[in-house]
Design a protein around this ligand. Structure first.
Ligand code: UN1
Length: 513
């Protein structure tokens, strides 16, 4: 796209440079960083080769050997300073997220807030990397477990949360004593460069205050498939934490396992909500609208399937049609916009194919699905979110299309609705809208939702960082962020100490030489 005279391009470049990125990094390569808002090219970057990626891993591996010796609470201090940089630059980084990922202003800022929150969490965690003390069967013995860092953690992130997902991984990995190598989505390299700039500022402050930290602790690799494969296959990478499609995870998981590496996978979702007879319909309407249309349907937690009880269907669905018809679509930087652009043309094509297939399967498009022209953003891909009534949960309802399509279906019996909600290959997030305690508890129980996240009277998206985030089945099984997700970034050693003068053997074994 023509760049001359473009204010977005100029603004973004000065923001990135202001966050500490050398301006020379923004030109001269063959890979165009673009904004989905206007489709314009913001920078032309070089992509890392396999050799360059392996070199970054080498630097991280060397850094790890030193970093692991720094006491965890001191490692926490570096993450605290990262959180401080993020606080101080929230507006700028949030703006970059909006420009590069197409998020509305509050979501761009929200993404940075999520980064700040996980830094705070990780700082506290740096004094809580607990192991157990375990009763032993032998006298004058003590048994315990100690958690040690893994080594190099590779972080592969997706365009839709271009920087928050890095921070969930990096903040924990760093306090746990690992070094990181980050390969962001090729669609969002500038937010990654800016975040790296903030990390380096935090590192400088940490060192000025006398903190000990090696170079190479947090490497950034702007690369494509070649770089990704190099990370996956490098034996020095102890953990590959990858967020993206199930297709990507199906390649990454077995390849990492083949060299006995670990992986933490955050893959596709096909999240559902059940609207029960006693649901508060005002609240449900807002919950569904945000979860299904927010972020233009491009969250892994986006609501994609809605099971509405037959007794409330005719009251809720027309209101949803109204919300779909009136939701403000447009430039996400403009105040009042709720739905910004899709990331690219391919996303719209996938959406269009899914809608055609839905119609062929007897579905009725109740609202949306069409392109929307946005003034000044002619090369952006804007679409009205689609609400599609399906007669039955046929094939395509079981697939994740990364675009704003909500399939709505009627149900009559809760067990049937739960069975339908679980009857998909993915298992990320789910919710029920009900005021009936029995229904709510059943949904959360072992015979309820089979997902990693199950909510009541909240949509499936927008999780806080304090809980463990991730899902089952084809979602990959990984857990990131809060609770005890930190354990994925560490290895456990079981230690038995004999402080007596005899050597009693376990299980009563005798062996007297
Ligand atoms: C994602 O879409 O990859 O729960 C993550 C949420 C956000 C994270 C989404 N906190 O919707």
């Amino acid at each position: 796209q023509p760049a001359a005279g473009s204010t977005l391009r100029d603004e973004v470049r000065s923001l990135v440079v202001g966050l500490g990125v050398p301006s020379g990094r923004l030109d001269g390569g063959g890979h165009a960083a673009r904004s989905p808002i206007t489709g314009e090219t913001l920078a032309e970057l070089a992509l890392a080769s396999a050799d360059e990626t392996n070199a970054a891993v080498g630097r991280a591996a060397a850094a790890f050997r030193e970093w692991r010796l720094v006491p965890a609470p001191q490692r926490g201090e570096l993450v605290r300073l990262l959180g401080q940089e993020l606080r101080e630059h929230k507006t700028q980084l949030g703006r970059l997220v909006s420009v590069e990922a197409g998020k509305i202003v509050s979501e761009g800022l929200g993404e940075v807030q999520e980064m700040i929150d996980i830094c705070d969490f990780a700082v506290g965690l740096s004094r809580q990397l607990y192991g157990l003390t375990i009763a032993t069967e032998r006298p004058e013995h003590r048994m315990m477990e100690t958690w040690h860092p893994l080594g190099v953690v590779a972080i592969v992130s997706a365009f839709n949360f271009p920087v928050a997902v890095w921070s969930w991984n990096a903040a924990l990995a760093l306090v746990c004593g690992n070094a990181c190598v980050w390969k962001p989505s090729e669609k969002t390299p500038l937010t990654a460069l800016a975040t790296q700039g903030l990390f380096e500022r935090a590192l400088a402050r940490y060192r000025e205050n006398g903190g000990r930290a090696p170079d190479g602790l947090s490497e950034l690799v702007i690369g494509g498939r070649e770089a990704g494969e190099a990370l996956v296959d490098d034996r020095r990478v102890a953990l590959v934490s990858a967020t993206g499609s199930t297709r990507m995870g199906r390649e990454v998981g077995p390849r990492v396992a083949a060299r006995f590496g670990r992986s933490l996978l955050e893959l596709g979702g096909n999240n559902a909500a059940i609207v029960a007879p006693t649901a508060d319909l005002d609240l449900t309407l807002r919950g569904v609208a945000f979860a299904a249309m927010g972020t233009a349907g491009q969250r892994c937690t986006t609501l994609r399937r809605l099971f509405v009880h037959e007794s409330v269907y005719d009251r809720l669905v027309p209101r949803l049609v109204g919300a779909y018809g009136s939701v403000a679509i447009g430039n996400p930087l403009t105040e009042g916009t709720l739905v910004g652009p899709l990331i690219d043309e391919a996303a719209f094509e996938a959406m269009d194919r899914a809608l055609e297939a839905a119609k062929a399967a007897g579905g009725r498009v109740l609202a949306g699905g069409e392109r929307v022209a946005v003034e000044g953003c002619e090369n952006g891909v804007y679409v009205r979110p689609a609400l599609v009534e399906m007669p039955e949960p046929s094939g395509l309802v079981r697939e994740e299309t990364f675009a704003p399509i909500l399939y709505v279906l009627r149900y009559s019996d809760l067990d049937e609705a739960i069975a339908l909600q679980n009857d998909v290959p993915q298992g990320l997030s789910s919710s029920i809208f009900t005021n009936d305690l029995r229904e709510a508890e059943t949904f959360l129980s072992v015979r309820g939702s089979d997902c990693g996240i199950a909510n009541v009277n909240i949509g499936p998206s927008g999780a806080e960082i304090g809980g463990a985030f991730g899902g089952e089945k084809e979602t990959g099984g990984g857990r990131e962020s809060g609770s005890d997700a930190w354990r994925a970034y560490m290895r456990r050693a079981t230690n038995t100490v004999n402080y007596g003068r005899t050597l009693p053997l376990a299980q009563g074994v005798t062996f007297d030489v």
